[in-house]
Design a protein around this ligand. Sequence first.
Ligand SMILES: Nc1ncnc2c1ncn2[C@@H]1O[C@H](COP(=O)(O)OP(=O)(O)O)[C@@H](O)[C@H]1O
Ligand code: SF4
Ligand SMILES: [Mg+2]
Length: 319
Amino acid sequence: MALLALEDLRVEYRTARGTSGAVDGVTLEVREGEVLGLVGESGCGKTTLGRAIIRVLPRNARIAGGKIVFDGVDLAALPEAEMNRYRWRSIAMVPQAAMDSLDPVYRLGDQFTEVLTVTGALTRTDARRRSLDLCDLVGLDRRRLVALALRPRLLLADEPVTALDVVVQHRILKMLRTLTAELSLSVILVTHDISVVAQTCDRMAVMYAGNIVETVPTPDVFPRPRHPYTMGLQNSFPNLLAPQETLIPIEGVPPDLLHPPPGCRFAPRCPFAIDRCLVERPALRELEPGRWAACHRAEEAGALRIQSQEAERWRVPVP
Ligand SMILES: Nc1ncnc2c1ncn2[C@@H]1O[C@H](COP(=O)(O)OP(=O)(O)O)[C@@H](O)[C@H]1O
Ligand code: SF4
Ligand SMILES: [Mg+2]
């Protein structure tokens, strides 16, 4: 059984301009002991999804539908007081680095206090010592591994290595893997960098504009992505394991989530969009065991992958 199963999860933000669906019907599993990479460009909804799982969303956000089934219990339906039994104790989060740690929702001091107060099991000193030991073990910034103090079963790590250079990244990600095995942790590793996933994760979920567009075991993804967005991500990041000659960016920007396109949300940037893509939203389908993609043309992925190597195809017309 999956440790965590998200079922058609929806998270909305209320803004002055209207309501936006930052997470729009996400169905996804995380297995025991698995490191799952959640990848997508900035603004795709990764942080929102992580915050929803541990239920520390900003005030203007709400879980608008769906389930967050953790160890058989739907966290989305729990009263706040009962949620405290899971938060930090069973599920912990390393918040997005740098600027985000200034976010009042996530101030590290608060996080530490919360970790210390939800449990009677550890004294303040013991909890602190344990987290520092763990930090030394992995060589990570000590303040940011407070999340592991209570030995959670699921760790949400939001862009943990984004600010670091690639050599340091590689070292830390290797240590993260070791730590995961030693602590029998399941991890959701959030990143905008697909090469980070390739180095670290068992499986990858690709997120675009609030939707999961592809899930795939990582040994398979580099040679054979099925979704054009994954192909684009692969083209646009330097890959330590399989160096490319040139990087091809995905031109354009993700859609405004207040007014998403009616069909496939990637269609305005997709080199392979056909008429159907503009009107019909592609469902996430299992194409073969363990391989899911939300693309009307997923069956043609082999041919599209070859075409996706041609830089000109990715040039979107300027409107
Ligand atoms: N507090 C907020 N209020 C309104 N919209 C927000 C808020 N936080 C994030 N968003 C919007 O939600 C979408 C997803 O953001 P986020 O989850 O941070 O994406 P990611 O982590 O993939 O960069 C973006 O369009 C972002 O502008
Ligand atoms: S459904 Fe169409 S627009 Fe969307 S990714 Fe597939 S080919 Fe591109
Ligand atoms: Mg983020």
